[in-house]
Write a protein that binds this ligand. Structure first.
Ligand code: SF4
Length: 96
């Protein structure tokens, strides 16, 4: 699935972790293992990260699943690189 919308807009998430609140339940990691890395004892080992658009939904679900509120989605970062064609490339200019 493409992370890009036809209008070229992408939305990544800015997530803040609060390691002091983490009790090592691992719910975040189960839902988004490639986003939420845990240390050897099972505790969150990040403080702030920007999650790319293709992982944003999993990251959001992982943050919402934390029973301790140790992960907060603090911002949605929108970028727009302009319209793209169905093939994912910028449409060519039409000369009249
Ligand atoms: S779900 Fe919450 S408490 Fe559990 S490991 Fe992740 S951040 Fe820590």
């Amino acid at each position: 699935m493409s992370a890009h919308r036809p209008d070229g807009e992408t939305e990544s998430l800015l997530v803040k972790a609060h390691p002091g609140l983490c009790d090592g339940w691992g719910q975040c990691h189960r839902l988004a293992p490639d986003v939420y890395h845990l240390d050897d004892e099972g505790y969150i080992d990040i403080h702030m990260l920007e999650v790319p658009p293709d992982r944003a939904v999993a990251a959001w679900m992982g943050a919402m699943a934390c029973p301790n509120g140790a992960l907060t989605v603090v911002d949605v970062v929108k970028r727009n690189s302009g319209p793209v064609s169905a093939e994912g490339t910028e449409p060519e200019a039409v000369v009249a």
